[in-house]
Design a protein around this ligand. Structure first.
Ligand SMILES: *Cc1c(COP(=O)(O)O)cnc(C)c1O
Length: 347
C-alpha cells in the first residue's frame, strides 16, 4: 500500500528530470564563485524576482537568518508576526546567533499584521529601547491557513517601513503558491521588499535549498554571513541544478495542489466529528479540528497512519494536511475514506 504523506510539501521527491540534471550538472567551487550551475540558478532567481542578485542557501531557515544578520546588528529589533515561522520554528536563531530581538505582533487568520499594530510597534528614540531595524512578512503564511498576502498589503507595509527608515524581509518559503493563488507575477509580490528567501524544496519539489534575493550589495554581505554560518558549499551545483528545473517546470502545477486541497477540505467538512473553516482554505495547506472527545489528536494520527495516511497534529485538537507533487485526486479520495473510517463512519 502506497503511503499518502500529507505531513508537509517538504516530503516531495525530485522528478526524473531533476535527477538527470544532478547527474549532468557542470560544477565548480562555489566559495570561489566558480560553480556555473549555482551562478545560473542565482541569476535566474534574481531575474524572476526583479532583484539584482541571488544567493543559494542550504535551507529556508538559513536564508531567513542570513537576511536578518545582514539587515540587523546585535541589540536591534525585528517586528514579525506571532505566528510566523521565523518566530515559532527556527530555533530562535535571530536571538541565538545574531543577538537580534524579536518583537512579535498578532497575525490575523489571513496571515496579516495590522498596519496600525506595526506602526505602533516601531520604536522611537529612547535610551531604554532597542532600535527597530526590520519588518518580516511571510507569504504564503504557513500557520495562518496557507494564506497568500496580496501585493497591495505588502506594498503598504513596505511604504510604512521605508518611510521610517526600516527594511522589509519576506519569508517567501511558499511565495509561488501565493503567485498561483492570486494569479499575479512573483515580481508584483516582491517588488518593494528589500530581501526575500524562497524554498526550492517545498512544493517546487527540489531536494535541497532556498534562494535569497536582494540588491547586489546586500547579497554580497549576505554571502559573507552565509559563510559565517558554515553555509559556504563547494560543488553545490548538484543542489542548484534541480533548483533550476524546479523554477522552470514546477510553478504552474501548484494550481493542482490547490485544487486537491480544496477537494480535501470539502470532503472533511462532510465527516461527522471533524470541523473545518472552508473559507480559510486558500492554497495547499488545510487545517482542521477534531470535535469529538472519543480520541486525542495523537490517536487520530496513529489510526490514520495505520490506514496509510500520514498527517501532522499541530495542537491538541488540530491537524494540518499539505497537498503536493505526487498527491493526486485519487489520494485525496483515499484520505477522505480513511478519515471517515477512523471517525467511525462508513466508507
Ligand atoms: C519551511 C519554511 C521555512 C524554512 O524552510 P526549511 O528549508 O525547512 O529550513 C521558512 N518559512 C516558512 C514559512 C516555511 O514554511
Amino acid at each position: 500500500m502506497k503511503m499518502i504523506d500529507l505531513r508537509s510539501d517538504t516530503v516531495t521527491l525530485p522528478t526524473e528530470e531533476m535527477r538527470d540534471s544532478i547527474r549532468n550538472a557542470e560544477l565548480g567551487d562555489d566559495v570561489f564563485g566558480d560553480d556555473p550551475t549555482i551562478n545560473k540558478l542565482q541569476e535566474f532567481s534574481a531575474e524572476l524576482m526583479g532583484k539584482e542578485a541571488g544567493l543559494l542557501v542550504s535551507s529556508g531557515t538559513m536564508g531567513n537568518l542570513v537576511c536578518v544578520l545582514t539587515h540587523c546588528r546585535r541589540g536591534e529589533e525585528v517586528i514579525l508576526g506571532d505566528k510566523s515561522h521565523m518566530f515559532l520554528n527556527e530555533c530562535g536563531s535571530m536571538s541565538a546567533v545574531g543577538g537580534v530581538h524579536p518583537h512579535t505582533i498578532a497575525n490575523g487568520s489571513d496571515g496579516k499584521m495590522r498596519i496600525e499594530d506595526i506602526e505602533s510597534a516601531i520604536r522611537g528614540i529612547n535610551d531604554h529601547w532597542p532600535r527597530t531595524r526590520l519588518i518580516c512578512l511571510e507569504n504564503t503564511h504557513n500557520r495562518c491557513y496557507g494564506a497568500p498576502l496580496d501585493s497591495d498589503y505588502i506594498a503598504s507595509v513596505c511604504e510604512l517601513a521605508h518611510s521610517r527608515g526600516l527594511k522589509v524581509h519576506l519569508d517567501g518559503a511558499r511565495v509561488f503558491n501565493a503567485v498561483v493563488a492570486l494569479g499575479v507575477e512573483v515580481m508584483d509580490l516582491v517588488r518593494h521588499v528589500d530581501s526575500l528567501s524562497f524554498c526550492l524544496s517545498k512544493g517546487l519539489s527540489a531536494p535541497v535549498g532556498s534562494v535569497v534575493c536582494g540588491a547586489r550589495g546586500f547579497v554580497a554581505e549576505a554571502r559573507r554571513n552565509r559563510k559565517l554560518l558554515g553555509g559556504g558549499m563547494r560543488q553545490a551545483g548538484i543542489i542548484a541544478a534541480p533548483g533550476i528545473v524546479a523554477l522552470s517546470k514546477m510553478i504552474s502545477r501548484l494550481a493542482e495542489d490547490h485544487k486537491n486541497a480544496r477537494r480535501l477540505a470539502e470532503g472533511i467538512a462532510q465527516i461527522p466529528g471533524l470541523s473545518i473553516e472552508l473559507d480559510k482554505v486558500w492554497t495547499n495547506i488545510v487545517y482542521f479540528d477534531i470535535k469529538t472527545d472519543k480520541m486525542t489528536a495523537d490517536e487520530l494520527v496513529t489510526k490514520l497512519t495505520e490506514k496509510g495516511v500520514m498527517t501532522l497534529a499541530t495542537g491538541t485538537t488540530r491537524f494540518r494536511m499539505v497537498t503536493h507533487y505526487g498527491i493526486g485526486a485519487d489520494d485525496i479520495d483515499r484520505t477522505l475514506a480513511a478519515l471517515t473510517l477512523v471517525m467511525g463512519g462508513k466508507e
